[in-house]
Design a protein around this ligand. Structure first.
Ligand code: ADP
Ligand code: MG
Length: 278
């Protein structure tokens, strides 16, 4: 079934204060996923604890992006997609009938591999764009503060404070990605999902994003997909290794504390992967 997001929601709720609801955990329970008849995930369970960075690693095609999209109900937007299992945000069902998809997607934000700001829209308007889509209101006077605060958190404020009316598309790739992080943060998500956020970026921009992640985790739970093992080791507390061998659906082979997984992997396949033998 296609879930229609519908027109922008009439603004009803004020933007919450930072961290007003506390840090949230995300719990995936026995998630299986299909595109048509093609099963791509098989009973994947993973707890992503509040206030931690969880890294998802594994070869291409093993279902990491699909899993990530299930965590904020984007999976539902693909007409052929279906799924089984549960996602709990702080113990509450993210997919419950009473919970609107816009609410789920406000609480669980997403940053993609390719920076995707609205290129013709100003930097300022990019930051507040998410509010309209998720039905949050903010007074004109508070809006300036929100823009400064979220751009600061994304590590971009000093670079753009004098050019907020310039188009988002005029920024460098790394700056565009930080603008996308700011856009996600403006609606005060409780979880931030990042799908290979640095894959399209140079090493310096990558380092800036990693520094941003380290600071953000004090107020938002983070789940990051990365192909960069050093990055996983640097930024994450916990790690899950996904694998789909020979056409079988993706499963989690091993998960746990990142340091333990890298130093003492339990499964030989994890060992091969983290040591670059795949
Ligand atoms: P990863 O992110 O680990 O590379 P994906 O989640 O993108 O893996 O893909 C997992 C599997 O699901 C792949 O076999 C891929 O071809 C398939 N897949 C992903 N998205 C779609 C889609 N929209 N329609 C059909 N198949 C898809
Ligand atoms: Mg992917």
């Amino acid at each position: 079934t296609v879930i229609d997001l519908g027109p922008p929601v009439a603004a009803t709720a004020p933007v919450p204060r930072p961290n007003a609801d506390g840090l949230a955990s995300l719990d995936a329970r026995s998630i299986s996923a299909w595109f048509g008849d093609h099963k791509v995930l098989d009973r994947v369970s993973l707890t992503m604890p509040a206030g931690k960075v969880t890294a998802l690693i594994g070869p291409s095609g093993c279902g990491k992006s699909t899993f990530l999209r299930i965590l904020n109900r984007m999976h539902e937007l693909v007409p052929s997609a279906s799924l089984a299992g549960e996602v709990l945000l702080d113990g509450r069902d993210l997919y419950s009938a009473e919970r609107r998809i816009t609410d789920a997607r406000r609480q669980v934000g997403m940053v993609f591999q390719k920076p995707n700001p609205f290129p013709a829209m100003s930097i300022y308007d990019n930051v507040v764009a998410g509010l309209k889509l998720t039905g949050l209101r903010v007074s004109r006077s508070d809006r300036d503060d929100l823009v400064e605060e979220t751009l600061t958190k994304a590590g971009l404020w000093k670079e753009v404070r004098d050019r907020l009316r310039q188009p988002g598309g005029a920024l460098s790739g790394g700056q565009q990605q930080r603008l996308c992080i700011a856009r996600s943060l403006a609606v005060r998500p409780r979880v931030l999902l990042m799908d290979e956020p640095c894959s399209a970026l140079d090493p310096t921009s990558t380092r800036r994003i990693e520094e941003t992640i380290a600071e953000l985790v004090h107020e938002v739970t983070i789940v990051i997909v990365t192909h960069n093992m050093q990055q996983a080791a640097r930024v994450s507390h916990l790690c899950a290794f996904f694998l789909a061998s020979q056409g079988t659906p993706g499963v989690i082979v091993e998960h746990g504390a990142t340091s333990a997984m890298f130093d003492h992997p339990q499964d030989p396949r994890t060992s091969d992967y983290v040591n670059g033998r795949f």
